[in-house]
Every structure is written in C-alpha cells, then in structure tokens.
Design a protein around this ligand. Structure first.
Ligand code: NAD
Length: 350
C-alpha cells in the first residue's frame, strides 16, 4: 500500500484531497500546523495526522513515503502581502527543502501544486500555455514561481517532479474558503441578494473545482513517469475560463433569490486566460462547472451546515490568531489561565 505525505493537509484543498486519497486506498501522512483547526480531517486507520511546521521538517517525516503532495502555503495575495517574509519562507523555501528531503529519503514522486496566478496580467487575446512567459505580480505568485524553479532541477530518473499550476479553486471543502472568487460571490448573493464583484468584471480568471484539482493531484501519482517527470501542467478547463462579469451573472442566475451585482475594491490588475490542452492530452479532464460549485455551497448554506465565519476568510483568520496570541500571552501565567500551573500551587497565599 503506497503512502502519500500531504503538507498543508488541513487546508481548503487538503481537507478535500485527504479523504479522496484514503478512499483510493492510499496511506496518508497529513502534515500541517492546523491553523484552521485539527478537526477537519476524518479519523481513519490509514491516516496519520502530524502537527509540524513545514519549515522544520526532517528525514523522519519522509520515512516510508512513496509520494509527496506539497500543498503548504500562505495561500492568497492579501495574506502574502501582509506576511511577506513568512510567505517566501513557507511557499518557496520550505517547499524546495521538502522536495530535497523527499529525494534524499527515496520518495518516488513529488507534486507541487502551484498557481495560474503566476501568469499575472496578459492581454485578453492571449491564452497562456505552459511555455508562456510568466508575469507574477504579487508576493504570493512570486513565491510560487520561485518554488517551481527550485524543485524542477531535482527531477531525475529516480525522483519524479510534477508542477501543477492550478486555476482559482471553488466549491465546498471542510476547511471552507469564502475568500475565493466563486465561493465569495455565491455567499454574498445568497446571504444579502448583493453579489460582490471585483472591478471591473472584464478580467479573465480560470477556475477549477476543488475535487477536480484534487483529482489532478492524484492523477499525477499514477501517470506514466516519462510523460510527467520534470513537467508543468495547467489545471482547469477552457469551459471554466471566465471573465468575472459574465461569471457573476451566471452565479446570480444559479442562486435562488433576486440578486443584484455590486462592484467593490480597486481595479483588479490580474487577468489571464489559460490553455489546458496539455493535461487533457494525458487523460485528465475537469468534470465540474461553476454552477455545480454554487449549487453545493447554497445547499449547505440553506441546511445550516456551512456559514461564513472569520475562519473562512484566510487573511482575517491569520490576523485573528495573531491578535489572540497577544491576548493569551498577556493573560496566561506559566502556561495556565484561571487555574495555577503545575509547580505554582505551593506558592498559593492566604
Ligand atoms: N485555493 C486556490 O484557489 C488555489 C489556487 C491555486 C493554487 N493554490 C495552492 O494550493 C495550495 C493549497 O491552497 P489552499 O487553498 O488549500 O490553502 P489553505 O490556506 O486552505 O491551506 C494551507 C494550509 O497550510 C497550513 N500551513 C500554513 N503555513 C504552514 C506551515 N508553516 N507549516 C505547516 N502548515 C502550514 C495551513 O494551516 C493550512 O491548513 C497552496 O499552495 C496554494 O498556493 C490554491
């Protein structure tokens, strides 16, 4: 039975991917700081959950591992700008270090889930394939590109390296993210009847459903080595290459409510259309549409099993954790709060 080590396993993609790997019969070693909670992965006899920082992994973590899917990241542009140093350390340096450790430990395959945001801004007439010159505009995109450059040279006959440039992901996942375009627009439309659309709506953005991108990652664990080793693949589909304005109209039409579209924010400078022929030629194809994602999110919102909380907005949650870290640090004594810590009991007075 093959073992897959997944970093960032407690995240949006990880909490969808890990159950799919288990269902496919893999053993899974899930590594995460669990910033979004440690209760989002199932208990399973073939799942090991390890709380560790990706910047501190060692050879032991890779023992008896066949494949690595290296999801770990500070995962969006606003968080990347606020936490620049950590973003380079985690998204770039820790992932290159992870690939090196994997190679030294005899791991067979290493998959780096990168991002189409590396294409940044392109003229609307351009449809980027994997050979296209990149244009990363943000710290997040730059760190991803550095990770790509760092892991490719490690590929050889014994160590298969695959990089996946994922489109913007959507759909329900146990670690839900409403800071992603389709998910956020769906929530606004459903909750208030006002769909928030980032100016000016002409920008192009490819999308991919979270289960589809997880399937692409799993696909790469079994694809013929000679077809994927040292290769880069865009992950998405032409049908899901959207301009945000028309996409907003599609989402508004799928939400069971009267919905009006409202602009927000400054003009979005990111705009890119992407080609997905290369991965499709290997036999992988996206199955879901934006409307599938909207429907599953609305169903959960309606039946009360999903809500937009601070924890579902990546940047807000990281800021919340930092705020509470300070509050807890100031209030605790010897690691304890209302009770006294061990060893302090003897010093009780009166
Ligand atoms: N979601 C998207 O739209 C999208 C699109 C393209 C690429 N990606 C890439 O896919 C990957 C996963 O994205 P996601 O949406 O699941 O993000 P996420 O923020 O939900 O998950 C990231 C996980 O990494 C963990 N983590 C962060 N820093 C850590 C550290 N130092 N050590 C250990 N764990 C740490 C967090 O706790 C979290 O569980 C990222 O590399 C992201 O760049 C995502």
């Amino acid at each position: 039975m093959e073992r897959v080590l997944v970093t960032g396993a407690g995240g949006y993609i990880g909490t969808t991917l890990v159950p799919m790997l288990l269902e496919a019969g893999y053993q899974v070693r899930a590594i995460d700081r669990f910033f979004f909670g440690n209760d989002l992965l199932p208990d399973h006899p073939r799942l090991e959950k390890i709380k560790a920082d990706s910047r501190q992994l060692g050879a032991d973590h890779f023992r008896n591992v066949d494949h690595v899917i290296d999801l770990v990241a500070i995962s969006n542009d606003p968080s990347g700008e606020l936490f620049q140093e950590a973003t380079y350390e985690i998204n770039h340096e820790s992932r290159v270090a992870c690939a090196r450790l994997a190679k030294m430990a005899g791991v067979k395959r290493y998959v780096l889930p990168s991002s189409c945001s590396i294409y940044g801004f392109q003229e609307p007439s351009v449809v980027c394939d994997e050979t296209f010159k990149t244009n990363p505009l943000t710290t997040y995109a730059k760190a991803n590109e550095l990770a790509e450059h760092g892991v490719f040279p490690l590929a050889d006959d014994d160590f298969c390296v695959v990089v996946l440039r994922q489109a913007t992901v959507y759909g329900y996942s146990p670690r839900m993210r409403f800071d992603l375009a389709i998910n956020g627009m769906t929530y606004g439309a459903w909750k208030t009847g006002t769909l928030p659309l980032m100016r000016d709506g002409t920008q192009w953005r490819p999308m991919v459903h979270v289960r589809d991108t997880a399937r692409a990652q799993m696909f790469m664990l079994a694809a013929p080595v000679d077809k994927v080793n040292g290769q880069l693949f865009n992950v998405g589909s032409d049908a899901n290459n959207y301009q945000l304005g028309p996409l907003a109209e599609t989402i508004a039409g799928a939400v069971p409510k009267d919905v009006k579209v409202e602009w927000y924010g400054d003009a979005d400078h990111r705009s890119y259309r992407v080609k997905f022929d290369k991965i499709e030629a290997l036999g992988w194809k996206a199955e879901k549409t934006a409307v599938d994602g909207v429907n599953e999110i609305v169903e959960r919102l309606e039946n009360g099993t999903l809500d937009r909380t601070t924890r579902t907005i990546t940047l807000d949650w990281y800021q919340e954790l930092i705020r509470w870290q300070k509050i807890v640090h100031e209030a605790e004594l010897g690691g304890a709060m209302l009770n006294l810590a061990d060893g302090q009991a003897g010093r009780k007075t009166g």
